[in-house]
Design a protein around this ligand. Structure first.
Ligand SMILES: Nc1nc2c(ncn2[C@@H]2O[C@H](COP(=O)(O)OP(=O)(O)OP(=O)(O)O)[C@@H](O)[C@H]2O)c(=O)[nH]1
Ligand SMILES: [Mg+2]
Length: 459
């Protein structure tokens, strides 16, 4: 099926008159789908996030053309649209093969760049990578993108025993080897960063903290919710400093505003919770990109509880798709319980929330509805977090009053929740709740005190 899907008159190219951006930053977005109607909203948002001004749109419903991705007539139309709008780039929301990129470029005015969804995402990440880790991940993704291309060129050159075949030039095996060596070096450095982060998580758990991670599709409102739930003090040791650390920062309505990881102490009734905000999910990422950014999500995969945030102001079908993408991302590696959070309820019409809850009960059982903007539902969310976190154990220790005992009591205050602390007959009785590991450590400290002094009783 060949056909246009845009414009009432069958004219599939639309252009907006905009001459404000420099040419290189003016882009036409294009997308092909096998069936149905192509939705250009996400690719347009991604383009905007990378700093492009979208000056034209073009879409087509037909099977993939091997040479051009689109039908040839459509490519000619694309060329005309680019000329008319003075765009400097064409952004295609399909996975373009190297030849397709080359062929489309050949039909466009000189100097017009052809960018696909993945290189666009990489461009955004490259612009925003402001930590060592993020920079390494971007570099890794670029190399992984490059590798199969270099391999293909090297094997072509080898087969034909003509190193310069088809202008392959220096793309020989040494290029391929060099890319592989760089990949393993970067991987090693990322692994060592990941180890340090794991050690930091262990240390935080040992201090009695529960680790809660915010996850969800990009732009769902994770960072806004984080700022709402967080206490004043930052706990990050500046390792991943990025703009979201700024409490006064306004969240932008833009995809991938958050790339690094921020951890803050959350205000809860009982439990000491550290809340971590990180990069959002997006659908249809190729494996080389996902793999490169895998450790970005370690804080999610290793959390005690995951808050899966969804923008509830979107149409039900789009919410469903994004929930499925999010669950797919979490599925293989996440072990923690998941609480779904329907955010942005301030934007819903009366009755809409109940309808969406019903329609999405299969993918989002029992969601908590909130507005990170107005603060609605946050008390309920805090209660839910405390209820869903792995259970604490109860313990009662009776110790002879001594300096050691007093320091143990204060350690218990720091690491758990003391329900009662009573003094009688030179003895102190502490009734408390804490994580099982904390209770175990308190018991063994109490046993040590007992061994060195007066009797200790533990029930
Ligand atoms: N109306 C309304 N807007 C909200 C709410 N929560 C967040 N937003 C807006 O949604 C947009 C995205 O919010 P962020 O908090 O940056 O979203 P995010 O999930 O961190 O996005 P990424 O970091 O890009 O993955 C911003 O424009 C926010 O102001 C809400 O409860 N209601
Ligand atoms: Mg964010």
């Amino acid at each position: 099926m060949t056909g246009s899907v845009e414009g009432a008159s069958g004219d599939t190219g639309t252009d907006t008159d905009a001459e404000s951006s420099p040419r290189a930053k003016r882009a036409v977005v294009a997308k092909r789908v096998d069936a149905g109607t192509a939705d250009l909203s996400e690719i347009s948002q991604l383009a905007a996030a990378a700093g492009y001004e979208v000056v034209g749109e073009l879409s087509q419903t037909r099977t993939e053309d091997a040479a051009f991705m689109f039908g040839e007539g459509k490519v000619a139309e694309l060329g005309a649209l680019v000329r008319r709008t003075g765009a400097g780039a064409v952004i295609v929301d399909n996975d373009l093969g190297p030849y397709q990129t080359f062929n489309i470029g050949g039909e466009l005015p000189d100097g017009v760049e052809v960018i696909d969804r993945f290189t666009l995402i990489l461009e955004i990440f490259g612009q925003r990578a402001n930590t060592r880790k993020a920079q390494l991940q971007v570099e890794l993704a670029e190399l992984r993108y490059e590798l199969p291309r270099a391999e293909a060129k090297a094997s072509l050159a080898k087969r034909d025993e003509r190193p310069g075949f088809m202008g392959l030039g220096e793309y020989d095996e040494s290029v391929e080897r060099d890319i592989k060596r760089q990949i393993s070096e970067i991987q090693a450095e990322l692994d060592s960063i990941a180890e340090k982060e794991q050690a930091r998580r262990d240390q935080r758990r040992d201090s009695g903290f529960d680790l809660v991670a915010l996850a969800g599709y990009t732009n769902a409102g994770k960072s806004t919710l984080m700022r709402r739930l967080a206490a004043e003090i930052d706990v990050d040791e500046n390792v991943d400093r990025h703009p979201d650390l700024d409490r006064t920062a306004e969240s932008e309505d833009m995809l991938f505003t958050t790339l690094g990881t921020t951890t803050r102490r959350a205000e809860m009734e009982k439990r000491d919770v550290l809340l971590t905000d990180t990069v959002g999910f997006i659908a249809d990422l190729p494996h080389w990109l996902v793999e490169s950014f895998e450790s970005t999500l370690d804080s999610v995969y290793h959390a005690d509880l995951v808050l899966l945030v969804v923008d509830a102001s979107e149409p039900v079908e789009s919410m469903r798709e994004k929930l499925v993408t999010s669950h797919d991302t979490l599925y293989e590696r996440n072990e923690a319980p998941i609480v779904t959070v329907f955010n942005k309820i301030d934007r819903l019409a009366p009755g809409e929330l109940a309808a969406k809850r019903g329609a999405l009960s299969g993918v989002a059982p029992d969601p908590v509805a909130v507005s990170a903007k107005t603060g609605a539902g946050l008390a309920e969310l805090r209660d839910r977090v405390e209820a869903e976190l792995p259970d604490w154990e109860r313990e009662r220790l009776v110790l002879p009053v001594s300096d050691d005992a007093m320091s143990l009591v204060s350690w218990i205050h720091d690491h758990g929740h003391v329900d009662e602390e009573a003094y009688a007959n030179d003895q102190v009785t502490v009734d408390f709740e804490a994580k099982p590991s904390i209770v175990a450590r308190a018991r063994s400290k109490a046993a040590d005190i007992a061994a060195t002094g007066s009797p200790t009783e533990s029930t």
